[in-house]
Design a protein around this ligand. Structure first.
Ligand code: URA
Length: 211
């Protein structure tokens, strides 16, 4: 099965998923969307009111703000994969519970990440940040990029945070303004890793011949 087919299969499973309580109150589950070969994946928290109505990620007010932030950073939304930690709206937009996060990420998000295989992941908010930086505080690491395994992960505030707390808006805007530079650094770092891998491959026959 191709990665695209596997992503489609996952999406079909997500829309009828009954693995946790969130299925009871959802209208539409929101699998996520984007090109299969996307270099960058954005991971939010969970669908809100409008996403639950439409079955698509980031289509409400936070999504409009995200679109604006992406545009300012020169990133085209159509080029990136966008999804959430949990695929169904927590009732009343409450925080997703640890067991809901565990069920949804182990069954769906992890597989989506494997299939899209993005080299850069941008986490939006503390729940997706928590998947990569367990003990971190978003107030301390927002706007920063770290290498996690083969990928670069950038922790951003959730765009909705700026809508609820206006004082955060300048920080979010400044973090996204740094995005082009962070992407450049990540690509350069990935290039170096690829060079190292190639060198290892080229060197290994020589080392073998020493014995
Ligand atoms: N907030 C999120 O975290 N995800 C969405 O899809 C919409 C709002």
């Amino acid at each position: 099965m191709s990665n695209e087919q596997e992503l489609d299969k996952l999406a079909k499973q997500i829309v009828v998923c009954t693995k946790c309580e969130l299925q009871r109150s959802r209208r539409k589950a929101v699998p996520g969307e984007g090109p299969t070969q996307a270099e960058i994946m954005f991971i939010g928290e969970g669908p809100g009111f409008h996403e639950n109505e439409q079955g698509r990620p980031f289509v409400g007010a936070a999504g409009k703000f995200l679109d604006q932030l992406l545009e300012q950073a020169g990133v085209t939304r159509a080029d990136v994969w966008i999804t959430n930690v949990v695929k169904c709206r927590p009732p009343g937009n409450r925080d997703p519970l640890p067991e809901e996060i565990e069920i949804c990420t182990s069954n769906y998000l992890q597989r989506q990440i494997e299939m899209v295989n993005p080299s850069i992941i941008v986490t939006l908010g503390r729940f997706s940040m928590g998947l990569y930086f367990k003990a971190a505080k978003i107030t301390q690491i927002h706007g920063q990029m770290r290498k996690v395994g083969e990928r670069y992960v950038i922790a951003m505030y959730h765009p909705a945070a700026a809508l609820h707390q206006m004082s955060l808006k300048p920080a979010i805007m400044a973090d996204f303004a740094k995005l082009p530079e962070l992407l450049k650094q990540a690509r350069a770092g990935l290039g170096k890793t690829a060079e190292k891998e190639q060198k290892k491959e080229e060197d290994s026959p020589k080392q073998m011949s020493l014995f």
